[in-house]
Design a protein around this ligand. Sequence first.
Ligand code: ZN
Length: 432
Amino acid sequence: MTSPVAPAEAGLEMYELIRELYPICRSITGDGVRETLRWVSKHIPLVVHEVPTGTPVFDWTVPREWNIRNAYVMGPKGDRIIDFKQSNLHVLNYSVPVKQKVSLAELKEHLFSVPEHPDWIPYRTSYYKENWGFCVTQRQLEALEDGLYGVCIDSTLENGHLTYGEYYLSGETANEVLITCHVCHPSLANDNLSGIAVVTFLAKQLSVSNPRHSYRFLFIPGTIGSITWLARNDANIHRIKHGLTVACVGDEGKFTYKRSRKRDSEIDRVVSHVLQHSGKEYEILDFTPYGYDERQFCSPGFNLPVGCFMRTPHGRYPEYHTSADNLAFVHPASLEESLATAKAIIEVLEGNRIYMNQNPKCEPQLGKRGLYRSTGGPDAAQDELAILWVLNLSDGDHSLLNIAERSGLAFQVVQRAAHALAEQHLLLERAP
Ligand code: ZN
């Protein structure tokens, strides 16, 4: 697979994209999503879909569109004490418009803070229940004095659209790999923006290769976005053979993979294999019906082989869903490693095939074909072992991944052996 940019540059470029997207106030609908997709479109040819408010999508309905221009709270002395312009996290996401005077007691019913981290602003939403509110630091909350406060949320919640982006990369076959990320969080760097950056660059780099699978990249608002996409694409779901949701991939934590509901689908085994041979610490989690959009892709009516690729999972780092998930929390080197690992996963998916041994009665004589002790070097013994494994298990039932798993060898070593044997006509790819 060729890459248009060197990996070291990719880490910095992904970080730059995150820096550009960070100030935008996103939500599950509205102009923040559109602006985000415009930035992504500078890298890949995204098709932007607009689905009208009120469209039924399975048991749900596309909600009214939310947009916000400004929001603030004026203190009793007339000074602006909470200001959306300083951080878009200050407003409860999807707050209905409000402009009124309230007592301190009434104001406090609409304030959210994180007491254990007194300088952080929490990220809170109220998508499906009409409400208004402000998110503040614990210090801001504690400094509030008795008196009359002026609250203003200059937002609109009106009929409009739900917006999502889609990029379809056509491969040799119609078998699809689905790769998705969510685009609905405001200024949060790891949860949301890191996934957008890694998926964008994965798509960009794959677009200059000639993949065997077709790839579908989705940039969708969480939950309602995947439900909407699934409802509109129900007829073609059978094409999806593998999938990943990508989230929280810019922090310094180890890789975490959450298996699909099927638990041992090819994507589950491929990710496990790649992480196992990465030489790094990692964790595999079993499927749970909680998390990101894999919840919808893995609902029983679809049961798609879609797992979730992360570093530190949601809820397992204190910065999660607070203002501390900021530009200092994500790192170019982590983004780069996440991209490289995602590419390694795709390389295995692309290269996994089933071959037939053309000389199955006893071992073929490898020496006369230059396949035995022909090369020295540290890899020679491993390569020979891989040749024996591939010959032995290429009976039409075992894929190269099966052989890698059973032999304990890395997929690339097994693949190299298969290519060498195929060149000598000792192996033939099984017709699909
Ligand atoms: Zn989140």
